[in-house]
Design a protein around this ligand. Structure first.
Ligand code: KG4
Ligand code: ZN
Length: 351
């Protein structure tokens, strides 16, 4: 069975084709991606209407590219999968509409996928896929969650952010330092030249005794520090700016790693999966690798280019749900999107 996946929940248009196999996990045949980052940079953040319009422009050329790269035609597609939510309503409508229209024209069934389930299952696309059960640290631009994952569709929330997401903390702090949107990658590059102990920034909820996160206070502390520092906080080449970036990254990474290790200890699980855009952060990976090695925990990441949004994870999640018999793909082409959609809503059972 070949599944075409379409992702359009935010500022990346992603299309991919995966194929189920007799034994083992489905495999990726081809994928293509167009990032809108450059377009939104002029505005310092994602402009939803521009995002929707750009998805319209990109989705069919990307689909043609994927089919050509995979050496298949649309007639070889058995199921069309699309991101149903969460995300920007207009952007989701483009991917969903195109997926349903394409499937209708081919007479093939469709399946709507939860974006975070895509991130969660994206490490199964890597050469060294994890085994269930595991603890998942989901860290993206919109979400920060710790989940216990016992199988496809078997997700239990252990903790989550009560305000900003980790990616948002990176992006908002980076903006204060004059870095372009999205600031996460730029801030982490700048941090490599700085001293992480230079500024004392808060580690919110570090000792809260639960697995929840809070990053809004950190952003305020960075803002206060920026005001104290004056122009050095956002001047290119200023060593203070690199120190502030390193100190900010250190605060975010410390909270994420400590809470992830606590989740492993509390559940007694020996595997950790890190997914979502912030999972690309090198310092986070370095510290998690070191801590997990010490605790004899296996840690899995999606391949670096599949950490941020992409179509492969949507096609993969669809293939895994279909294989697990959790959801059928149906030739019903009316659709609705779910801009707000907690992942727990699609969990088949509480663990
Ligand atoms: O998963 P994703 O692509 O989109 C959402 O579903 O939100 O995550 C995007 C987020 C952004 O906040 C971006 O700044 C952050 O991931 N990000 C990073 C890095 N690469 C992407 N944050 C820190 N370090 C990175 N290397
Ligand atoms: Zn995402």
């Amino acid at each position: 069975m070949r599944i075409l996946g379409i992702e359009s929940s935010c500022d990346e248009t992603g299309v991919a084709l995966v194929e189920t196999t007799e034994a083992g996990w489905p495999r990726l045949l081809a994928h293509a991606l167009h990032s809108q980052i450059e377009m939104h940079q002029a505005y310092g953040g994602v402009v939803p209407e521009l995002a929707s319009r750009d998805h319209i422009r990109r989705v069919l050329p990307l689909t043609r590219e994927v089919m050509a790269r995979a050496g298949h035609t649309l007639n070889d597609v058995d199921v069309v999968a699309y991101t149903r939510g969460p995300g920007l309503a207009g952007a989701l409508l483009v991917g969903s509409g195109v997926a349903c229209a394409l499937a209708a024209s081919l007479g093939k069934p469709v399946i709507g996928i939860h974006h975070l389930e895509g991130h969660l299952l994206s490490p199964f696309l890597s050469e060294d896929p994890p085994q269930f059960p595991f603890v998942a640290l989901l860290v993206s631009g919109g979400h920060t969650q710790l989940m216990r994952v016992d199988g496809v569709g078997r997700y239990a929330l252990l903790g989550e952010t009560i305000d900003d997401a980790a990616g948002e903390a990176f992006d908002k702090s980076a903006k204060l330092m004059g870095l372009p949107y999205p600031g996460g990658p730029g801030l982490s590059r700048l941090a490599e030249q700085g001293n992480p102990a230079a500024y004392k920034l808060p580690r919110p909820l570090l000792h809260s005794g639960d697995l929840d996160f809070s990053f809004a206070g950190l952003k305020t502390a960075v803002l206060t520090q920026c005001k104290k520092m004056g122009p050095a906080a956002h001047t290119e080449g200023a060593p203070e700016r690199a120190d502030l970036a390193a100190s900010t990254q250190a605060a975010i990474v410390e909270v994420l790693t400590k809470k992830a290790m606590t989740a492993l200890k509390e559940t007694g699980l020996q595997r950790l999966v890190v997914a979502g855009g912030v999972g690309a952060n090198r310092e986070l990976r370095r510290q998690l690798n070191a801590l997990c090695e010490k605790a004899r925990v296996r840690v899995h990441y999606p391949e670096l280019h599949l950490c941020t949004d992409n179509g492969a994870m949507i096609a993969m999640a669809a293939a895994m749900r279909l294989q697990a018999g959790l959801q059928g793909a149906e030739p019903r082409y009316s659709f609705d999107v779910k801009p707000r959609w907690p992942l727990q809503d699609i969990a088949v059972e509480s663990v």
